[in-house]
Design a protein around this ligand. Structure first.
Ligand code: ZN
Ligand code: ZN
Length: 227
């Protein structure tokens, strides 16, 4: 059945028929589709509807809340599985608390986002920058996976900060590149807001493609440099 639902959605796309946001959201929640692209599509459509006055701020908030809840938990679970943990069995109170921190952080930007959409709709300024923001939201997924992996790893497992494909690296990323430290140390840094793609990096995380990889190598003498 899922296949035919996806085919139906594709057909609507090709014919330029808009699928209602609540149905798109249900498709996401019921596992019909679970991709970053789909997440972005639901969010973009919700942005357009609020912008055009076709939906209310409350509608938008409820769509966004459902999406963020689902997306952050799914990313978190994926991070746990990278440590061979089963999210259904191995979730601890500390893990739940950290996931809630991540969720709170994501939610803290929602009010500002809603205000910006409503204002742009009133002023008639272009919707494109808001759709770009929706895209950025969807692209947080891998960074949450990584944070969960580091947080739920055995504390003495080592991780190395590795540059991604970014051409120009910022000061923070340059200082951390190649550094090997324990999961515990990286988790401490994470608690201070520094991790790959973090908005607190010098590059603000835009285009940062760095990641942390587990390694058997020894920790870098001197530990993580201050950033
Ligand atoms: Zn950077
Ligand atoms: Zn980077």
């Amino acid at each position: 059945m899922y296949k035919s639902l996806i085919a139906a959605a594709d057909l609507c796309d090709r014919m330029g028929v808009e699928i209602p946001t609540d149905i798109l959201l249900d498709m996401y929640l019921y596992d019909v589709v679970k991709t970053q692209a789909h997440y972005e599509r639901v969010l973009s459509q919700a942005v357009r509807e609020l912008y055009n006055g076709k939906s209310s701020e409350d509608d938008f908030l409820s769509t966004m809340t459902t999406l963020l809840d689902e997306q952050t938990r799914r990313a978190w679970n994926e991070g746990m599985r990278l440590n061979d943990l089963d999210p259904a069995k191995d979730m601890t109170e500390a893990f739940e608390a950290e996931l809630r921190n991540i969720q709170d952080e994501e939610f803290s930007h929602v009010d500002g986002f809603i205000a910006a959409i409503v204002q742009a709709g009133k002023d008639g300024t272009p919707v494109d920058p808001l759709l770009t923001r929706a895209g950025l939201w969807a692209s947080r997924y891998p960074d949450i996976v990584s944070r969960a992996q580091v947080f739920t790893a055995p504390k003495d497992l080592n991780f190395r900060w590795i540059y991604g494909d970014t051409i120009q690296h910022c000061d923070t990323c340059s200082k951390l590149e190649g550094i090997v430290a324990t999961a515990a140390d990286w988790a401490d840094l994470q608690a201070r807001g520094i991790y790959p793609q973090s908005p607190n990096l010098d590059c603000s995380g835009f285009n940062c493609d760095c990641h942390l990889d587990s390694t058997d190598d020894d920790v870098t003498p001197g530990g993580i440099p201050s950033v």
